[in-house]
Design a protein. Structure first.
Length: 351
């Protein structure tokens, strides 16, 4: 019997969850043993999971879970250096050369566990089986527009917080945009993907003109002078070895209209960062990082953007992922097998 242990998220401002109570009921009907940790801040209340009849464990008790339990969460684990003996399903951010990722992999190496990275769960055609992309793009574009509106006031974007739903976010942002008295132009790279679609939908809701680029427009490898002619640039693609640099450091001192970069993909410490004008993620408390003063350039790079709309993004992601979770116990050559192979290859290359 496969035992899935749903942990409570331990990162500040992270209230999403990767499975709904309905999903838990489905897995249990398929013969899964499911444990859900209690959590007072999760977008879906613990009581809804209690009603399914699954086991409820104390918050943050996953380190003492049976060793055969598969620990399922979303964001990173506490950085306490302890060995990791379990199999974990999560976003590890460990397979693109990230320094923090190398530390995480060494913890798995020390404990004998396995990382099944949610970003690398793919179909046999290479498409991700589940992603928070749409809501990341939607929320990321919103914070980028907030950053631009703050610039019009001569300020830096202030703290952001979760919203009850997308309509509440749009209503709040509309007031800020009205006060700015104009609408910025935005260029989106990755416009045909989930992230880019969410970003474009938000911009259009705010009457911000959008230029949408995808693979065809970036195939020549740059430079991309057109980016500098827009007020906002939104990077909506996951970078890889072949990804060109979209905004080089030289752009900071170049003639430009561009004053806000929304790096929604947010891989600042990756070897493949396509916007190397910044080197660290931003936060909910300080969502915009000023990287140049004259002319002004702010970068928005929050790495858990979908948590601004935690209920909608959780329900969307969980619905996408559930069919794959149902295969967890008997997948010999499919999604989970590929994820294990990806992990093994990176462990072999661990320096």
């Amino acid at each position: 019997m496969t035992h899935l242990w749903v942990r409570a998220e331990q990162r500040e401002n992270e209230t999403r969850v990767g499975i709904t109570p309905e999903g838990v009921t489905t897995l249990m009907a398929q013969g899964f043993d499911v444990t859900v940790e209690a959590c007072g801040t999760r977008a879906i209340e613990t009581a809804a999971y209690v009603a399914t009849g699954c086991a409820i464990a104390p918050q943050y008790s996953w380190p003492t879970a049976p060793e055969d339990a598969i620990i399922f969460g979303l964001k990173e684990l506490p950085d306490d250096g302890t060995p990791l003996p379990h199999t974990h399903i999560m976003f590890g951010h460990a397979f693109k050369g990230q320094l923090s990722g190398q530390t995480l992999l060494r913890r798995f190496q020390a404990g004998g566990g396995t990382l099944l990275d949610l970003e690398y769960l793919t179909s046999d055609t290479g498409r991700r089986v589940a992603a928070f992309g749409y809501w990341a793009g939607f929320a990321g574009a919103a914070v980028a527009l907030k950053s631009w509106a703050a610039q019009q006031r001569g300020a830096l974007c202030g703290p952001v917080t979760p919203y009850a739903n997308a309509e509440a976010l749009k209503s709040d942002l509309s007031r800020e945009m009205a006060a700015a008295g104009a609408a910025p132009t935005a260029l989106i790279i990755g416009a045909l993907g989930r992230v880019g679609t969410g970003a474009a939908d938000l911009c259009k809701a705010m009457n911000a003109p959008v230029t949408g680029w995808d693979m065809k427009e970036t195939a020549h490898g740059g430079p991309f002078a057109e980016i500098l002619t827009h007020d906002i640039f939104l990077n909506c693609i996951l970078a890889g070895p072949q990804t060109p640099v979209f905004v080089p450091k030289s752009a900071l001192n170049a003639p430009r209209t561009l004053s806000v970069i929304g790096d929604i993909a947010c891989d600042p410490d990756s070897d493949y960062n396509p916007v190397p004008v910044y080197d660290r993620a931003t936060t909910w408390g300080a969502p915009a990082l000023r990287v140049h003063d004259d002319p002004v350039m702010d970068v928005m790079a929050i790495d858990n953007l979908p948590s601004m709309l935690p209920l909608e993004s959780s329900q969307d992601f969980a619905g996408q992922l559930l069919p794959t979770l149902m295969q967890l116990g008997d997948d010999q050559d499919g999604v989970w097998a590929r994820a294990r192979a990806t992990y093994a290859s990176h462990m072999d290359a661990l320096s």
